[in-house]
Design a protein around this ligand. Sequence first.
Ligand code: GDP
Ligand code: ZN
Length: 367
Amino acid sequence: MERSNLASILASWGYGPLFSQSLTLLARPDLAPARVISDLGSHLEIVDATGEPRHAQLSGRLRHTLFARDRPVVGDWVAIAAACADEPAVVHRVLPRASLLIRRAAGRADHEQVVAANVDTCLIVTSANHDANPRRLERFLTAVWDSGAAPVVVVSKIDLVSDGELAAVLARLAAVAPGVPILPVSAQLGAGMDALAAYLQPGRTVALIGTSGVGKSSLVNCWLGTDHQVVLPIDADERGRHTTTRRELFALPGGGLVIDTPGMRSLGLLATDTGLDDVFADVAELAAGCRFRDCQHRGEPGCAIGAAIDAGELDPGRLAGLHKLARELDVAERRRDPQAAREQRARMKVLNRALRVRTQVDPKRQR
Ligand code: GDP
Ligand code: ZN
């Protein structure tokens, strides 16, 4: 095949200057780039410059030296050694990631799980009829800001609510997602799908997150124009879903790339993050006006946040959400190993900034 042809196939899978420069820096002309499209546990499925999916395995060295967080996941670009077409390719390096989504495994003592890499846009899907919960959206937003991907909020199933109800839902969500695009859609009616399509550009990777049943598969089916992915009934057993094997990163007919993995569906709050700062920027700004530097905003005199809530300028749920997240982070941290506890100190600095007064208090705002 023509060289330029191979390059354009790689580009269509999202290969860009960031990754090609990393590969060049390896100074390993024997290695070629490939993208992980499924993580099947025992092995990976990848696409390389031929565009053909094939199996791959980690080199023995990688298997023994990589930390859990550095192991290749769906969306990763890796450097592989060329092998016979019928043999699995061997992965020798994982190229530095542009973004990395991590979830805290639910139920189990605090295991963090890397879910996907190199996502450009993360679509946080929430349904207009009963899932539009601002607290949950805050959590998803925190995880996405932290990953390095750009969040977009998708409000699905708008055919199930009245215009008035939709307006109220949009206002509620907008209050916790300042500066984030919020797109109302209905997969059923095909409404709002054009605005969403703006994020499905050739070579760009989007991922869908959101709780089960909000309509993620239905959106993907719309984009595919087929029924490649089976849409399960709302109450389908989560475990059943997880055992369904399917491609986790795939190319849409129009050129965009989509990551939809089971792990993404329960993406929770990250244990190591700076994302809180972005999500609670409005609260942090108010906190600069509190009288006490170490104000916890729990009814202290001169608390600017309390005053804003009393004046109806701040939704009390915002503060409750912040306190709750802070507690969860704390618990997650304590369950973690000592190494992670060290990271906690750095992280708490960020959190403290949001919870308390910033070190530099604007004198104009002091009362
Ligand atoms: P997922 O678990 O997030 O992938 O959600 P699914 O795509 O499987 O959808 C869950 C249920 O919601 C299915 O019964 C879909 O038919 C239904 N659904 C999805 N999108 C829409 C929509 O736009 N309008 C309506 N009324 N139902 C929808
Ligand atoms: Zn305060």
